[in-house]
Design a protein around this ligand. Structure first.
Ligand code: ZN
Length: 343
């Protein structure tokens, strides 16, 4: 079967498209005939190499996929061959205290498909049966693949961590990326207001077309945090959703109201930032981390998407053989929306 894999860490020149043996499902696993995959920044972190990640053999890239159940492993009773499914890429033990209370992404042995585990950019992939959800019927295969990692992450950040409520104002950094756009869609869906930031006026304009109330260009603004606060009439935003890290944290602190919540899920601008602890306690700020989501977050997301006919914002679709080109587009930050691969 054809697959996208790396044998060494490095740049896009390490990304190979070639033949690998077809995997056989073990106990509790299901084999999927993949119809489409979708890119995430995680693919680039994995390709470059992460501490603790060893390549013993060809490592298939990719965390997001949608496809058709092709073969059922022993003990699986919840799925049938031919079912159309999407993949929740977070794999947990399902038996520890955190898994049993439904916080699967807090499991001590939590791992991600495409990161520590074999990825999804292949014609056939193995996934634990409990990680599959029904494909929303109104989506095409590329949209269905694109819905998962970034939307689950945004879902958990907004609802489970920040406890977002209708009427609140949410600051979304780096609009154009998968998590920020997913959060924009969910904030609008649930009756909130979104203020977005970007270095591109074009991306800010497109975000407004999608329902953002206002945008701030952090390259041309002398004080983006103050500008966001001005846009809220001096009150400040309720929540900041951030995947950029070091560069945007001071902006979030300056832009929030007292009692505001900052939720972070990524470090595309760097992992280390200074925090003024006085600002944290004096302003009653909650500063939270979040990674992926639980199976319940995934199911709730799929139900909300089906009920509202929401479609993820798509950038471009590439054939599987052009995976390196697709990764280069994401790495350059040119995209607005999800980049997908047709398998
Ligand atoms: Zn667990």
């Amino acid at each position: 079967m054809r697959a996208v894999f790396i044998k060494d860490f490095g740049g896009n020149e390490k990304v190979q498209v070639g033949e690998l043996p077809e995997p056989e499902p073990g106990r509790g696993e299901v084999r999927i005939a993949v119809k489409a995959g979708a890119l995430n920044h995680l693919d680039i972190w994995v390709r470059k190499g992460r501490p603790g990640l060893e390549l013993k053999k060809a490592h298939v890239l990719g965390s997001d996929a949608a496809g058709v159940v092709d073969k059922i492993g022993e003990g699986v009773t919840t799925l049938n061959v031919g079912d159309e499914v999407v993949v929740n890429p977070g794999v947990s033990c399902m038996t520890c205290e955190f898994c049993r209370r439904g916080d699967h992404s807090e499991c001590p042995s939590f791992k991600l498909l495409g990161f520590q585990l074999e990825g999804m950019y292949a014609e056939k992939v193995l996934v634990p049966a409990c990680n599959l959800g029904p494909k929303p019927k109104h989506l095409n295969w590329e949209e269905a693949a694109a819905l998962n990692l970034s939307h689950i992450t945004a879902w958990r950040m907004l609802f489970t961590r920040a406890r977002f409520k209708a009427g609140e104002t949410v600051l979304l950094h780096g609009i154009g990326g998968g998590v920020a756009l997913a959060a924009l869609q969910l904030v609008k869906l649930m009756g909130g207001e979104a203020i977005v930031t970007s270095s591109s006026d074009e991306k800010l304009a497109r975000a407004k077309e999608l329902g953002a109330a206002a945008g701030v260009n952090y390259k041309t603004s002398s004080d983006p945090g103050a500008d966001v606060k001005k846009l809220t009439g001096g009150r400040g935003a309720d929540i900041a959703i951030d995947s950029a890290g070091a560069a945007t944290l001071p902006v979030s602190f300056a832009a929030l109201r007292r009692g505001g919540r900052i939720v972070t899920c990524g470090v595309t601008s760097g992992p280390e930032a200074k925090i003024n602890i006085q600002m944290l306690y004096w302003n009653h700020i909650s500063f939270m981390g979040s990674t992926m989501g639980s199976h319940e977050d995934h199911r709730a997301l799929l139900r909300a998407v089906s009920h509202t006919q929401l479609r993820p914002i798509m950038d471009r679709v590439f054939p599987l053989r052009d995976a390196a080109q697709a990764l280069a587009r994401m790495e350059a930050g040119e995209q607005f929306g999800k980049i997908a691969l047709t398998v």
